[in-house]
Design a protein around this ligand. Sequence first.
Ligand code: GLP
Length: 240
Amino acid sequence: MKVIVGNEEKISALIAEEFIKVVNKKENAVLGLATGTSPLKVYADLAKANKEGRVSFKKVTTFNLDEYVGLEGTHNQSYRYFMNENLFNHIDIDKKNTNVLLGVGDYKKFMNEYDGLIAKAGGIDIQILGIGSDGHIAFNEPGTAFDSLTHETELTEQTIRDNSRLFNDISEVPTRAVTMGLKSIMNARKIVLIATGKNKAKAVYGLIKGPISEDMPCSILQKHPDCTVYVDEEAYSLVK
Ligand code: GLP
């Protein structure tokens, strides 16, 4: 596991360059994408590079990590909405090649097909991850099996509290989600994780230094052959 420390602007730019490298090498690359505030600057940098003609997403396929159960893709807190607003609407991607798990309707069917669809597309070439303050990646909460594939899960109180900042009221935060599993994530050829701020310091310690344990889901990344962790000084403070 490689660790790179820098301010948010710098680490976001470095991650965007990693994505650009992958896509410029393989125009039909498969990208694994994440939501949350952490990847926002990366997505802005990718949109800028696309406008400048430094990269094209025309042949790219994407798979997102997760979605809240109960939210329509048009809900402003759904992850489909987030991806459209923060990336897909600003790049030359064909939206029918963008996959985000469903949270309503026949969402279980799509969930059960998801790992097969990723494999059929050729597997994820580069996966971006954020991290929850409890060490979750995607919505794989503490206790999730390391060999898990895409599944439905219950969110912890801490995650509901953390994510309530984006909703009008904590009572509006869904309590369940569908998420790629830890094995689905580990299958990606290359992983980049971004974490900033003091709130992430404990999780980042578990990620880099902690024992590999299902109590700290992100710790499995220590076993990935090509994983780079991008952190700011605050998120890195306990490791230092
Ligand atoms: C949610 C998402 C995760 C994300 C985490 C951190 O729980 N399911 O994929 O990593 O939030 O979000 P943020 O980057 O906003 O701190």
